[in-house]
Design a protein around this ligand. Structure first.
Ligand SMILES: Cc1cc2nc3c(=O)[nH]c(=O)nc-3n(C[C@H](O)[C@H](O)[C@H](O)COP(=O)(O)OP(=O)(O)OC[C@H]3O[C@@H](n4cnc5c(N)ncnc54)[C@H](O)[C@@H]3O)c2cc1C
Length: 443
């Protein structure tokens, strides 16, 4: 038995993990497949203790890389970090990347991840040309936008519940130069932050904001907007830029005591972070890791939250709900002393093809919340009430505490997703702790 947990450390489940180089064999008896466990909550955990979980970490071969067309086919356990090392020198990058390089292609598809360029590029699934999927009865199928398209759509963002993804073929993004031009712009309050983020998204392909979710009153939601684009060859520095690549020599050696990330230390961090970025506002050229995967610079940073772990809550509040809703959302966070160490705000673009994919047009807010039992549950419930009232939704890859009835009320797309599952897996052989919690699957 192996104790498995997501990146937040809660919950944890003892499971029988199968690891091996042949993914079809590893996956066949399993009720769920798992990549590197970088989803935060219970998405990569089995529905019950002792269930078999397939790990894809040894199934990471490149099957084809067309350097002219920029198309890569690889096994599902191939990691984004490996992809970047292989394709970047050839002038190609993943069209969509999350905030960490330590994820697998299978995990990127199953979560239908979005990046800082969602407003122009959509989710990862928009660039997937085909998948090899082992469905619940053991058959292997090639699926894609024009082949078993409903099953394909349910698999994008389907959190591993439609089949074991064995292979992924993805169209990459061409870049002229491997450096990134970034611009940092402070915003003194939430209104300015959201307005500047939206304005930036009209002209920059990559945008993101960090918000101080503890300051109140006139400073509520003050923060930093960071914009980025790939550099043109003329902008490339002669030597490696000062802010060069992220390496992981720094590490958190063990779980720290839970007071380390309490409200006081987070308040100090937020104030220093804001001031530091005000001083360094402006434009510069950086290594892409610095912009895309800054958190990877500290290995095992999740241990900062101590043995009790943390949960993330990410939601999108539709533009139609109005900016007043975003203000009320932030007021709820400060009222509960949420002490979110990292509060990331993004501007999401159009909804994609994935039947349960997260993004839709609106403002997404992601909070890291130290796990404090009932108080954290109460905060998540309160945030979900805003999400429901606004007609928004939550991101399953980050969730651990949303209640089934709230999720059902947020997700009019559930019936379509359920219909695909009924067709391909009527006995619900494929299930997870998340699907038991949110979809009523048997444990
Ligand atoms: C620091 C950090 C930053 C992040 N930033 C972002 C971000 O900016 N945008 C974003 O969208 N996400 C982000 N994430 C979330 C992360 O990108 C996703 O959770 C991703 O799915 C994790 O990949 P993984 O390989 O670790 O998958 P796991 O966490 O192991 O699994 C995630 C889900 O995918 C399923 N799955 C995995 N492999 C397969 C397979 N081969 N077949 C079928 N199902 C499979 C699992 O069952 C599970 O439901 C971030 C996570 C971290 C830790």
């Amino acid at each position: 038995m192996t104790r498995l947990a997501g990146w937040g450390g809660v919950p944890a489940v003892d499971a029988r993990e199968r690891v091996g180089e042949s993914l079809p064999e590893v996956c066949r008896p399993a009720s769920l497949t798992r990549g590197l466990g970088r989803s935060y909550g219970d998405a990569s955990l089995p529905a019950r203790t002792g269930a078999i979980v397939a790990s894809t970490r040894l199934g990471d071969r490149v099957l084809a890389f067309d350097r002219v067309a920029g198309v890569l086919r690889a096994e599902a356990g191939f990691r984004l970090s490996q992809l970047e090392e292989l394709t970047r020198p050839a002038g190609w990058v993943s069209p969509v990347v999350p905030g960490t390089r330590h994820v697998t292609l299978g995990g990127m598809v199953a979560s239908d991840i979005h990046g800082k360029n969602h407003h122009v590029a959509g989710c990862f699934g928009a660039h997937v040309r085909s998948l090899v999927l082992q469905v619940a009865d053991g058959r292997e199928l090639e699926v894609g936008p024009d082949r078993e398209s409903e099953l394909f759509a349910a698999t994008l963002g389907g959190m591993g519940l439609t089949g074991h993804i064995l292979e992924v073929e993805v169209a990459l993004l061409a870049i002229a130069c491997p450096w990134l031009v970034i611009e940092v712009e402070p915003a003194p309050d939430l209104g300015a932050l959201v307005a500047r983020l939206r304005a930036a998204s009209r002209t920059w392909p990559y945008t993101v904001a960090w918000a101080d979710a503890l300051s109140r009153g006139a400073r509520l939601g003050r923060g930093i907007v960071i914009k980025g684009r790939w550099a043109e060859p003329g902008e490339a520095p002669a030597t490696s830029p000062l802010h060069s690549r992220v390496d992981s020599r720094l590490a958190v050696p063990c779980n720290l005591p839970s007071w380390v990330l309490g409200p006081t230390s987070v308040r100090i961090f937020d104030a220093l972070f804001y001031r530091a970025h005000c001083w360094s506002a402006g434009r510069r050229v950086v290594h892409p890791d610095r912009f895309f995967h800054a958190l990877d610079s500290i290995r095992d940073w999740n241990r900062l939250y101590g043995a009790r772990g943390f949960v993330q809550h990410q939601s999108v509040l539709p533009d139609e709900a109005g900016d007043e809703r975003i203000v009320r959302y932030f007021e709820t966070i400060t009222r509960h002393s949420g002490a979110s160490f990292l509060t990331v705000v993004k501007d999401c673009g159009a909804e994609g093809r994935g039947l349960l994919s997260f993004p839709r047009p609106g403002i997404s807010v992601a909070l890291d919340l130290p796990m404090r039992g009932a108080a954290t549950q109460a905060l998540v419930d309160a945030l979900n009430r805003h999400v429901l009232d606004a007609g928004g939704r939550i991101y399953l890859a980050k969730d651990a505490l949303t209640r089934r009835e709230d999720f059902a009320a947020m997700e009019p797309r559930l019936a379509a997703f359920d219909a695909v599952r009924r067709l391909w897996d009527p006995e619900r052989r494929l299930r997870s702790a998340l699907s038991a919690r949110l979809l009523g699957d048997p444990a």
